[in-house]
Write a protein of this length. Structure first.
Lengths: 260, 297
């Protein structure tokens, strides 16, 4: 399997997701919507698996490969929210977001060789990155909730809306914690320093603290929904800097082991 | 009305944070940066005892002294997280190169350190609170693990970093070495004698490195010869020293007859691990139970 066939798998997945999302909008065929959408997930994941097999290593090494997982987990997060809380718009947004990253990958695939440098040959490598990508996907869905509440929703914010956002953040934060601590345990095994304030680590701490701020603001001031949503948007900006923005920060370029 | 009386306003916390940053700035000007190296054992142990004693006293007096009550409340948690976040963002935006002045060395910058101390104090007080309540309600367990885990990790990582020894040991094939060189260039007797039998470097067809390994025999306190292979991501441990594959003669490449090991001794590591595993367990539980909200208030 190579990146040449990506376009076919991606197209099939996006069409299935789009049909599933359209069915969700009508509100009648909930089960068919879920089934169609899940079929799209299956097609997309099949490509990831085939890449994994042909590369002889998990496809997690390059920016393009992490985007692959991100598209997948965004779609998964959309599915979870729809299945649990029944927002009919979420599948469409999940599909659009996932498609954006698929298009980025088609236009700028960032060639993926088989070689895996010794520092990355660790049992921690796959869980560290997959857990982070899942967290980014779920927190992406939480960001969509924040935009929906702040901009698109005309009526008053309901407790249900807030509960959904809180649950997404709780899940995302749990996986963010896993990702960060798996990274620490890995670094300890690789070079004896579980935390070294490398720029990527610093921005991981910033992202973690930003979502921690949201959680504690929700507890301290549960009725101030607006400020909470703005914190959530700020946190998402931090997350993006941590993930890829850091490659463009002069402060990080000098010293980071994580530039890729 | 006393300053720290309920209901606590968030703005009060931000004023407190501002004063803390300002105070840190003054200390930085007057006394210079934080000298972590002066806090090695037993100073760090004394600091730990004093800090824990302060937390227990503050907790005991939380109903009598408004300030202590506030310090363990969500109204202090929010500004303490926000100030710590801000300081860490400053660190993320400035290249951490000590020659570039205060902001190039944030971990010795007083405002940065004081914000983290404040955060740790709040986390500690909340952890004590959950610790006492957990006997009455199992629902406290996730929050207890999250707060106590973070507290233990922060405290032990910070105080422990002072006692951590990191040495580089350069080995020649066939030779034996007992001395390591510390980060500040001092020669240190490790108490180990390490013999390098062979250094192996494998490459991919395109020349990229695939594997680095040192075939060694180590003799420690026991006097027995312990054979082992040290690879990237596969360290070896003897007498509390963890030995990592660190470097080689990069000019010679595959032909390198030199291997550089990094030796690390970190006596506080088990406690940091305890904290990390508590946080992992806490995060796992948070997935299912979410975080506590009191919307009705």
């Amino acid at each position: 399997m190579s990146w040449d066939s990506f376009i076919w798998f991606a197209a099939a997945a996006v069409i299935l997701w789009a049909v599933g999302s359209a069915l969700a909008w009508t509100g009648k065929n909930r089960k068919t919507a879920i089934a169609t959408y899940c079929l799209g997930l299956l097609v997309f994941f099949t490509f990831i698996l085939l890449m994994w097999i042909s590369l002889e290593r998990p496809p997690l090494r390059t920016m393009g490969e992490t985007r692959l997982w991100y598209s997948f987990f965004l779609a998964v997060a959309g599915m979870i929210v729809y299945g649990r809380w029944k927002y009919k718009w979420i599948l469409s947004f999940g599909t659009i977001m996932a498609t954006v990253f698929i298009i980025v990958n088609l236009l700028k695939p960032e060639i993926h060789s088989k070689a895996l440098m010794p520092a990355l040959q660790s049992p921690w490598f796959a869980p560290h990155v997959i857990v982070y990508m899942f967290s980014y996907g779920v927190l992406g869905a939480a960001t969509l909730m924040a935009l929906y509440i702040l901009i698109f929703k005309k009526e008053k914010t309901t407790l249900e809306d807030m509960a959904t956002t809180d649950n997404l953040v709780a899940t995302g934060m749990a996986f963010l914690t896993f990702g960060m601590l798996f990274g620490a345990l890995w670094a300890q095994e690789a070079w004896g320093t579980y935390w070294g304030w490398d720029p990527k680590e610093t921005w991981a701490a910033i992202t973690w603290l930003a979502y921690l701020l949201y959680i504690h603001f929700r507890i301290a001031r549960p009725k101030d929904h607006q400020t909470a949503m703005w914190i959530l948007l700020l946190a998402f900006v931090c997350l993006q800097i941590c993930w890829w923005g850091i490659n463009y920060l002069p402060s990080a370029h000098a010293t980071s082991v994580h530039v890729y | 009305m006393p300053l720290f009386a309920k209901p606590w306003k968030l703005s009060l916390g931000f004023i407190f944070g501002g004063i803390l940053v300002l105070a840190g700035f003054v200390i930085q000007v007057v006394c210079g940066p934080v000298r972590w190296e002066s806090m090695s054992s037993p100073v760090n142990l004394i600091l730990l005892v004093v800090f824990l004693a302060f937390l227990v006293i503050a907790f005991a007096l939380r109903h009598k002294v408004g300030f202590f009550g506030w310090l363990g409340s969500p109204s202090a948690a929010v500004p303490s997280i926000a100030c710590t976040l801000l300081m860490t963002i400053v660190m993320g935006l400035t290249a951490q190169i000590p020659e570039r002045g205060w902001l190039g060395n944030m971990i010795t910058f007083w405002p940065f350190v004081l914000c983290y101390v404040w955060l740790t104090t709040v986390v500690g007080l909340v952890a004590i609170n959950h610790l006492l309540r957990v006997c009455h309600s199992w629902k406290e367990i996730p929050a207890l693990l999250n707060h106590l885990g973070l507290f233990v990790t922060l405290v032990c990582a910070t105080l422990g970093s002072v006692d951590k020894q990191t040495l580089e040991m350069t080995l020649n094939e066939g030779g034996v070495e007992t001395v390591g060189v510390s980060e500040d260039g001092r020669k240190v007797e490790t108490g180990l004698s390490v013999q390098l039998n062979d250094f192996v470097m494998e490459t991919y067809p395109n020349g990229m490195p695939k594997r680095f390994a040192s075939d060694v025999v180590v003799r420690g306190k026991s006097g027995h010869d312990i054979p082992g292979v040290i690879e990237v991501n596969k360290p070896m441990e003897v007498d509390g020293w963890k030995m990592y594959q660190y470097d080689y003669d990069s000019e010679a490449g595959v032909e390198s007859k030199i291997s550089v090991l990094q030796l690390v001794k970190d006596p506080w590591l088990p406690f940091v691990y305890a904290g990390i595993f508590m946080m992992l367990a806490g995060a796992f539980l948070m997935m299912f139970f979410g975080f506590k909200k009191e919307e009705s208030k």
